[in-house]
Design a protein around this ligand. Structure first.
Ligand SMILES: Cc1cc2nc3c(=O)[nH]c(=O)nc-3n(C[C@H](O)[C@H](O)[C@H](O)COP(=O)(O)OP(=O)(O)OC[C@H]3O[C@@H](n4cnc5c(N)ncnc54)[C@H](O)[C@@H]3O)c2cc1C
Length: 497
């Protein structure tokens, strides 16, 4: 039997996969496509994470799609609202019929002879394998493992008689009312959990080894609201999106060029919202520069408010060992706890764990170089969505999808069937995700790299990417376009084993 064939196979039905499919439907109306999704739901991250208070930590006007503006009241939205938004987008655009749920892609093999991918997917319900073929493979599978988050080996953890929970596997029935909760971590998840749990818990302690930068911003965007009230949506939303995208880009660029100034501003901002005499130096002043790691956004300064209320506190120390009743710290202090939440991060996973091969040779992802941040050197007819780390994911996601559509149309117009990115001549390499955060550093060797200059360098600069990806030339020194073998073109379709 011949396997099913589509022009474009999208892997993942999260924010990126649904966006990619909508762009494809609009911009390449003749192309057939299917989305393979390992889970039984649309939404990815925003369906998976269920901990109290789960929310965006970038504004929704830029985290939403360019073609479907965010109309919610708040600029910082809760996880359920984001998930609903993705599902409504999928429904409105008729995407549900294109998705095959419970299909995990495990391997994709490119054949130059046939100018196509043969993709193996495993059903997550029955365990059965099936094979599809496609002309273009589009990875929208996020960047981390879904089956488990990262938990360091804490000494003595088995002795602890309370409950240990990772935010990625939040039990529906976790009863924390009246309990003493310790949240280990200092990133966005810890900063979200602490204020969200203080209403019910007896006390919540954020236990961090080192602090993170925290930026308090209003949960509602007054400028956006004013524009939304005064202007028609078609005019207002692009303006709001550009305003916020530029603000994020400027903040990042300023942090890079004048880190000392941004450090001082962040420190002063925290001090103003914390009780008088609070030790901001110890608890909210990291050693690294702003944006070496992600900056945590606090809507309406909620974490600072929680500390002011006395129901939450921050401890900056090292864990010596878990004990029966809590955690003993290097300073000798013992934190008593009924529940410990390990908000210690994610395990990165590139391209959803699938393996790739090209003409029989397995691809070592760590040795590839990303071309324009969206294709990989030596891997034909393949793109992946990795959003910004310093601004909303979707700003980049939309540009990646637009680029792939332009590329497919360009290839059709010029009679090309194959597009293969090349590695830069310079041997200089940097990680594609250029953050100093532990979860990135743990996986650097396994992730694609970036080169020293365009089109292989990531600038984390939205206006620059708009020029490059939306308007820039599709043919340059970083990519080779070719035609499929004559027999393949003549046949129109290709027989595969
Ligand atoms: C708690 C949390 C908060 C975040 N907050 C923000 C924020 O405020 N702003 C921001 O910009 N970013 C944020 N991010 C980053 C976030 O992941 C992106 O916003 C966005 O959700 C990424 O969408 P995605 O579709 O690319 O990936 P995901 O949301 O991870 O979805 C990937 C989908 O692909 C599927 N999949 C994976 N592998 C396979 C496979 N092999 N075969 C088939 N299907 C597969 C998964 O099941 C999933 O449905 C946050 C991340 C987390 C974890």
């Amino acid at each position: 039997m011949r396997p099913d064939h589509v022009d474009v196979l999208i892997v993942g039905a999260g924010l990126s996969g649904i966006g990619a499919a909508c762009h494809l439907q609009r911009r390449c109306p003749g192309k057939t496509f299917t989305i393979l999704e390992a889970r039984n739901e649309i939404g990815g991250t925003w369906d998976l994470f269920r901990y109290p208070g789960v929310r965006s930590d970038s504004d929704m006007f830029t985290l939403s799609y360019s073609f479907r503006p965010w109309t919610g009241a708040k600029a910082i939205a809760d996880g359920d609202s984001i998930c609903r938004y993705i599902r409504e987008t999928a429904r409105e655009n008729g995407m549900e019929e294109h998705i095959r749920f419970q299909h995990r892609v495990v391997r994709a093999e490119w054949s130059s002879e046939n100018a196509r991918w043969t993709v193996e997917a495993r059903r997550t319900d029955t365990g059965k394998s099936l094979v599809l073929t496609c002309s273009f493979l589009f990875g929208c599978s996020g960047y981390y493992r879904y089956d488990e988050g990262y938990t360091p080996q804490f000494p003595g953890i088995d002795r602890f008689t309370g409950q240990v929970v990772h935010p990625q596997q939040w039990p529906d029935d976790l009863a924390y009312a009246g309990k003493r909760v310790v949240v280990i971590g200092s990133g966005a998840t810890a900063a979200t959990l602490v204020p969200a749990m203080i209403d019910k818990a007896a006390h919540v302690t954020m236990l961090q080894r080192t602090p993170s930068y925290m930026l308090s911003l209003p949960a509602t965007d007054v400028v956006a609201d004013a524009l939304r009230h005064r202007l028609p949506p078609k005019v207002a939303y692009p303006i709001i999106r550009w305003k916020n995208a530029l603000l994020a880009t400027l903040t990042f660029q300023l942090s890079r060029r004048a880190p000392g100034m941004i450090k001082t501003l962040l420190r002063k901002g925290a001090a103003m919202q914390l009780p008088k005499g609070y030790d901001v130096g110890t608890h909210f002043t990291p050693q690294y520069n702003p944006w070496d790691q992600r900056l945590c956004l606090l809507p309406d300064g909620d974490l600072f408010k929680a500390i002011r209320s006395g129901r939450a506190s921050v401890v900056t120390d090292h864990i010596e060992t878990f004990t029966e009743h809590g955690i003993r710290l290097a300073s000798g202090t013992e934190l008593e706890a009924d529940i410990v939440i390990t908000a210690t991060g994610l395990n990165l996973l590139a391209i959803g764990g699938m393996t790739l091969s090209v003409d029989g040779a397995d691809i070592d992802l760590g040795a590839t170089v990303a071309y324009k941040g969206l294709m990989l050197s030596g891997v034909p007819n393949f793109a992946l969505t990795i959003g910004y780390t310093h601004a909303s994911w979707t700003l980049k996601g939309d540009l990646v999808s637009e680029y792939v559509c332009r590329l497919l149309n360009h290839m059709d117009q010029r009679g090309y069937q194959v597009c293969t990115p090349l590695a830069p001549a310079s041997p200089q390499r940097k990680p594609l995700i250029d953050l100093q955060a532990g979860y990135v550093l743990r996986s650097v060797a396994l992730l694609p790299k970036q080169g020293p200059a365009a089109p292989w360098r990531q600038y984390q600069n939205y206006p620059r990417d708009v020029v490059l990806l939306r308007h820039g030339p599709l043919e340059d020194e970083g990519v080779r376009f070719t035609r499929a073998p004559a027999a393949v073109r003549a046949a129109g379709t290709v027989e595969v084993a």
